[in-house]
Ligand binder design. Sequence first.
Ligand code: AMP
Length: 488
Amino acid sequence: MNVSPSRKRLHLSTAITSLDHPSIGRSQKRLWWPTLYAASPMFERPRGTNDWGPEDMAKRRFVESRFIQLAESFGFREVSTPTFESLELFTAKSGPAIVRELYAFRDQGGRDLALRPEFTASILRFYVSDLRSRPKPLKLYSTGNVFRYEEPQKGRYREFSQVNAEIIGGAPLASDGEALALGIGTMRAIGLKQVKARIGNIGILRGFLPFPPADQAVVLHSLDKRNFPMLDAELGRLGRPDLARPLRELIELSGDVSVLDKAAKILAGAGSAGFEYLQKIADLLDAYGVSRKDYAFDMGVVRGLDYYTGMVFEIDSPNLGAEKQVGGGGAYNLVEVFGGERIAQTGFALGVDRLVMAAEAEKATEPPRSLDAYVVPIGEGAQRKSIEVLTSLRAAGLAADIDLVGRGPSKNLDYANAIGTRYAVLLGEKELKAGKAALRDMASGVQREVALADLVDAIRSPPVTRGPESAKPKRRAAGTRAARARRR
Ligand code: AMP
């Protein structure tokens, strides 16, 4: 390919390419470097994707870290699997129709691949190939981006992030309780007050539908989508139109444990083991300290995918309206589908984008960590020593930055203010000779001399709001508006 810089086209490919560039011989092959262009947006993000700036990333890392901390405290361990997998992994799990919802492609070696639309299939593939001999249960979590070819809208993207947890090889009831406690607990750990898990049992519906698995799947799908014309048509085709009424009544039921009795009545005795199971889930969640306000039993949670076998759940942040569903999961059976043994599996995924939306709606996000110190070398002779001071601050675990532009002191203080550092450390040649620094509290504007040996302690200590000369207590400490706001 011949790309001339004068044609002003950004060539983003890192493929090895033969280039027509003044400094490169025509036949030479090397990585192309992007040319610099005017600020006009020549390229747009692909549809359904997002750029996340520093403030967004701080929020995303915040919700993700709450999940990770809680999962680790529950004994889950992190695993990582490829972002793309063989297409067959997903069609084996969800059927050929799933291809329409995937980013599927053929690579240069002719392999059919797909970007992962979720974690579960990859983790179960990993389990079957490598992790089977490990002590059970295996409790695994992952975080990262997933890809689905869907119609983008608010809170629904083509690339998005999930946090995911799987328990493989525990007893079903105990694993379901643990998964629910982690899912609901994550919402609480983020600081969300509005949490509603809806818990159902697809095993009850499967037991109630006297059809072969493929027909069951179509009926369950129509229930999941609340597509009642399709439900009626399917039940008609299967010769059981009489089931439409109880099914529709059943999926409308939602509430505390008392709905389990109502549901059992509708099914006239069918599914009793499934209802008892849900009752036991309620007892378990009590023991976990999960408030009964945080969940409801909801017979309408169907999660139409074929491989769910028993308890299924979705977690909502009711504040978010149409995007209220932040996650979902349940008990499933994939190991067998992937050629392994019959073993209990429970898992769930929460969407990071929705968790952030929920945290924003409830003002539960934490401000990002601010810079502790910004080092300002004053004069040529202070440069090297300033870097040494900076490095010692960083080595002590402080977040510290330094002037990289060569600005004068006052411009540097403006910059320090703009980036929101707590302190500026001003290092002139005279101060450095005396083994000192001028430490300026950026909120109050108070500046004092500190021995370099004491600098770390001084930065770690609570902010100084008054000059040392003011021994007498003042009615109100001097300072900037920001400092006053912080004291409030
Ligand atoms: P699922 O894997 O379909 O059960 O989805 C689990 C969670 O991932 C959902 O509750 C959402 O929070 C999130 N999610 C699913 N699809 C999308 C999407 N297209 N964009 C953003 N988040 C999504």
